[in-house]
Ligand binder design. Sequence first.
Ligand SMILES: [Zn+2]
Length: 444
Amino acid sequence: MGETVLRADAMLTPEGVVVGAELAFDGSGRITYAGSARPSAPGDPDRETRDLSGHVLMPGLVNGHTHSAMTLLRGVSDDEGFMPWLAAVQALEQHLTHEDVATGLQLAMVEMIETGTVAFADMYHWDERLIELVRAAGMRAMVALASFAPDSVGFPGVSSWTGAEAVEQTEALAERYAGDRQIRVAYGPHAPYTCPPEFLRDIAARAIECGIPIHTHVSESAAEVEQIRERYGTTPGEHLASLGLFDAEVLAAHCVHLTEGEIGLFARTGTAVSHNPVSNLKLGCGIAPLPEWREAGLRVSLGTDSVASNNTLDLFEEIKTATILHRGARQDAAIVRASDVLDIATRGGAEAIGFRETGALEAGRLADVIALDVTGSTATPLDLSAQPRALVSHLGFAATGADVRHVFIGGRHVYADGEHLTLDAGAIRARAARARKRLAAAGS
Ligand SMILES: [Zn+2]
């Protein structure tokens, strides 16, 4: 396969907005050129040029924390408070089968691709069959096998694996997919309040020895912080540090209630965090100190968390929320800029979940790129030639996932003019609807 050239009205690059843009990538999916449109070379048979007039290009979005199979639980107990919500979700989860997890994952990938997400960090049940579904869809994922305790079975209807077996399977899968461009495998100890300390200490030691990352939840709610203080007399972050966790590569989701000391600890240990503002707001958990994280130089990604606590995987909603939330909370409109959050949702996320060759449109990186239609009402007026930076405002405050028309991942075209090329979206939606009916009947 030869070179592919995309020409669009504008493009978001690390150097800023390029108006009248061209992005080229070779047959291996690597970007060879990102800049102003070049004069067309006459009829090179080995080059395919796509005219994307009326579109803008930006790096594909990275979801730094989700539980994709939980798409099947969209809209469960949304308005009754945290504890009733948790009980309702867990009641349905008990009846999930392996087939349901596959269907939920595929539904999540349909939604992620059509709203511009190219890579995600996930924690749930994972095995080779599910990982192969991600590879077939063309997406990238850091998959963490959720675990709670050595002898507890996380998802009884899905798999008989105990926590100890999930840890062993993590290592087998990490070896199987070592060096894979699309897949990273991680340990997924659920959280410091659900996992016993010895289990966490063992995972930390293994993670360091095997070079496998850890994806976990930290300080999501004030109740969790209180529980850890009662049990261990310290904060969740200090507790995990005492078990050696941060000597490994860690992605910590939520971190809503980190103290100043914990932020310093995360900065010193290079711990990556995932900001999930919509989930934190919806579940009444609070507002994470994003401005302080950024000031301390933390590695930050942006995540939706599961659909059961969001209710979409549309990262554009998350981008806008993350930008305006802290302004309102601090009464300071300059405290977080749209350009900062767009960077977190792309380059920052790719770095945090370990796909370091992606996340930005520049020569040498892999071509994870999305094209958004800018001919609609919410993009009008958008005079990019007079004001190139208006693109940042548009993407940060007005664009939604519904504007995404094309998605390329590592140069592979997975979504073309609103049509999925790797997933049968209609059949997956129908299967998901049937699965939900069955779950609801079983759970009642
Ligand atoms: Zn989560």
